[in-house]
Design a protein around this ligand. Structure first.
Ligand code: ADE
Length: 223
């Protein structure tokens, strides 16, 4: 997968890009994530990417022409790019959407700017996505959240592909409880069944626990 991130704050990304699973996925060439400063497509001498809103009002508005020039450059190289605009007004992101995007070969992510962007930028996107009903100062953290959720679903990225099958939300269930050593910690014990070595029974127990937990904590998922 190839991901092009368009942002006015590229300096947020480098550590995240080279750390942990995302870093390893890039080393293994399972994904290539490139970060671009939108200012590179500004044409005036101040390299401006935003301007005052028509009709007045506070703050600055991200310019459509700058964003379009950036997108056109990638689309010119390859027309398969799917363009996503991160905005609190978008479709709510979830595991199913992550699974859908994980099948994509090329993504462009446009990080919106908290003060707003020109409405015509929406037309440049195939899809608008929100990571939840709260407002962040920009689309950078949403872009990281989205890429993190998507990249770990690409086959080979997470060591054991089975572990992404069982985890929370993948079957509309929260994940079953897990334990590791020590077997007794501050008088808290591990369920006996997990020490039994009976794999069929363990599987049944985990399924039951996942269902119980989902019913208690997220009954909305069972509908
Ligand atoms: N930009 C600001 N808040 C956002 C959110 N919740 N989701 C996506 N992009 C955003």
């Amino acid at each position: 997968m190839q991901v092009e991130i368009l942002t006015i704050f590229p300096e947020i990304f480098p550590t995240w890009l080279t750390t942990s699973i995302i870093g390893r996925a890039q080393k293994k060439k399972l994904v290539k994530i490139n970060v671009h400063n939108l200012r590179d497509w500004a044409t005036d001498k101040h390299k401006s990417v935003d301007d005052k809103p028509f009709g007045g009002g506070p703050g600055m508005v991200m310019r459509v022409d700058v964003v379009e020039r950036a997108i056109s450059e990638f689309r010119f190289q390859n027309s398969d790019f799917r363009t996503i605009l991160l905005t609190p007004q978008g479709k709510k992101f979830n595991q199913r959407l992550a699974q859908k995007l994980a099948k994509q070969k090329q993504l462009i992510l446009i990080c919106g700017h908290y003060e707003g962007f020109d409405e015509r930028i929406r037309r440049l996107a195939n899809e608008e996505i929100s990571i939840g009903d709260y407002v962040l100062t920009g689309g950078e953290i949403p872009a990281m959240a989205l890429i993190d959720a998507v990249v770990r679903l690409i086959p080979g990225v997470v060591g054991n592909d089975e572990s992404t099958k069982d985890e929370s939300f993948s079957q509309n269930l929260l994940e079953y409880p897990q334990y590791t050593r020590p077997e007794i910690y501050k008088k808290m014990t591990v369920p006996k069944i997990l020490l039994s070595g009976n794999h069929a029974e363990i599987k049944k127990w985990r399924k039951k626990e996942a269902e119980k937990r989902t019913k208690q904590r997220r009954p909305d998922l069972l509908k």
